[in-house]
Design a protein around this ligand. Structure first.
Ligand SMILES: [Zn+2]
Length: 197
């Protein structure tokens, strides 16, 4: 098959143009006229949006943390809560989004607080399921910082459920995963109480 590359004035990569080519086909298969004015630039826009939503594949989240590891004797819980994230469910390629809450108890080393939202974005900007997203964030912190414990809680709304009418509108799916010190119910309860505030 000959690729009919969409002519654009920008310098998009061959990959972007190939994605756009396929999105144009999809629009046509859905019964639309891909050449009408409102849709002419849509394939290229969607291609660029999808590349943005999946840019996490190109980044090693452990590198983000390793950039900012500091020796510190603080041994109390460090909490970063209400971190907004947006991801795509790998079953329907539809958004799921919400808030992530992360706690860890340092074991001689801490990381820059701004790094935690960045590793969440890195994992969220891939094709995901909420359960794996939760576990990957936990594993990344545990493996890189070696803290006394990590806990991750994610609350999210899934467009694939809401738009298809499978769940009541605005239902929230909550997942959590933890290591080490968070195996004690009291430690988990302390974290949960702090994020509910
Ligand atoms: Zn889905």
């Amino acid at each position: 098959m000959i690729m009919q590359h969409i002519i654009s004035p920008d310098n998009s990569s061959p990959k972007t143009h190939e994605l756009a080519f396929h999105y144009k086909k999809i629009i046509e298969l859905l019964g639309e006229d891909a050449d009408r004015e409102g849709l002419q630039k849509t394939p290229l826009r969607v291609a660029k949006a999808m590349e943005f939503f999946t840019q996490g594949y190109e980044i090693d989240p452990q590198d983000i943390l390793r950039e900012a590891i500091f020796k510190e004797d603080y041994r109390q819980m460090v909490i970063v809560k209400d971190i907004d994230f947006y991801s795509l469910c790998e079953h329907h390629l539809l958004p799921f989004f919400g808030k992530a809450h992360v706690a860890y108890i340092p074991n001689g080393y801490i990381t820059g607080l701004s790094k935690i939202p960045r590793i969440i974005d890195c994992f969220a900007r891939r094709l995901q399921v909420q359960e794996r997203l939760t576990t990957q964030i936990k594993d990344c912190l545990q493996d890189t910082l070696n803290p006394l414990g990590v806990m991750v809680v994610i609350e999210a709304q899934h467009m694939c459920m809401q738009m298809r009418g499978i769940e009541k509108q605005n239902s929230i799916t909550t997942t959590s995963d933890f290591t080490g010190a968070f195996e004690h119910a009291k430690t988990r309860e302390e974290f949960i109480a702090l994020i509910k505030r």
